[in-house]
Design a protein around this ligand. Structure first.
Ligand code: 5GP
Length: 190
């Protein structure tokens, strides 16, 4: 059996990590997305169990108590997100590598737990103006307040970038995708 590897994509909301993660998944058939649990509500374009397991706060707390999460965070006030241990083992059992799209703390946490077989990539956009534009364009469901909550975290999140294996500056999406492919390809097959 091949060595099981983990790709961790982190970065601020609006940095483009979800776009890049979808792109990587389309390019590497051996890579599978780790579906996280979240207590936030489902958006128009999302599917339960595909994008997230959308669960109640009570159910989330139950899973925390039962130690079912590899990591979890209150990413925004009263909104919880977590990676299920069972999701990782399910993907490994299917003989695939795993891709995480998680917040910065979650990404560092996973890297700490799996230092040898994981590649952590921080997707960086250091212009608040660009991030704001992207959040407005992309997430029609986000209120102004929610957008500001996300933007207020950016500086702090970017300060953790140096702790990742690689930082990709997402200025030109085409170039960023190309670099992401190279990094992942070297890590998985190199
Ligand atoms: P969104 O609500 O826009 O889908 O995601 C908000 C943030 O939560 C993003 O930065 C996303 O990467 C992060 N996130 C998604 N799943 C998880 C998870 O399982 N754990 C952690 N720590 N963050 C997550």
């Amino acid at each position: 059996m091949k060595k099981r590897k983990m790709i961790i994509l982190s970065g601020s909301s609006g940095s483009g990590k979800t776009t890049i993660s979808h792109y990587l998944l389309s390019k590497f058939p051996d890579l599978k997305f780790s579906v996280s649990c979240t207590t936030r509500s489902i958006r128009k374009n999302e599917k339960n169990r595909k994008d997230y397991y959308f669960i109640s706060v009570n159910s989330f707390i139950y899973k925390v108590k039962k130690n079912q999460f590899a990591e979890w965070e209150e990413v925004y006030p009263k909104l919880f997100y977590g990676t299920l241990k069972n999701e990782i083992s399910k993907i490994f059992r299917s003989n695939k590598h795993v891709l995480f799209d998680v917040d910065v703390k979650g990404g560092l946490n996973l890297k700490k737990q799996y230092p040898n077989n994981s590649l952590s990539i921080f997707i960086m956009v250091n212009s608040i103006k660009i991030l704001k534009e992207r959040l407005i364009m992309r997430n029609s469901d986000l209120s102004d307040k929610q957008i500001n909550t996300r933007l207020n975290k950016v500086e702090k999140e970017n300060s953790y970038a140096k702790l990742f294996d690689f930082v990709l500056f997402n200025i030109d999406l085409f170039q960023t995708k190309k670099k992401a492919i190279q990094l992942v390809s070297n890590f998985i097959y190199g």
